[in-house]
Write a protein that binds this ligand. Structure first.
Ligand SMILES: [Zn+2]
Length: 57
């Protein structure tokens, strides 16, 4: 399983996205960031920095 949590990117939040692929995890993280953290525009910078922190569980 690929995993990325808000804490992994320095945000105080218990959300953890899990998925079979990195893209899967990024998609879930993007949806969460939009609804819970008010990030309206997902720039490439966001996605790149998240991608780097996705790890295996
Ligand atoms: Zn969060």
């Amino acid at each position: 399983m690929k995993v990325l949590g808000c804490k992994d990117v320095g945000v105080e939040c218990d959300f953890v996205a899990k998925g079979k692929t990195v893209d899967d995890v990024l998609k879930k993280t993007a949806a969460h960031a939009k609804t819970h953290h008010g990030i309206k525009r997902l720039t490439k910078d966001y996605l790149d920095s998240w991608k780097k922190r996705v790890h295996n569980e």
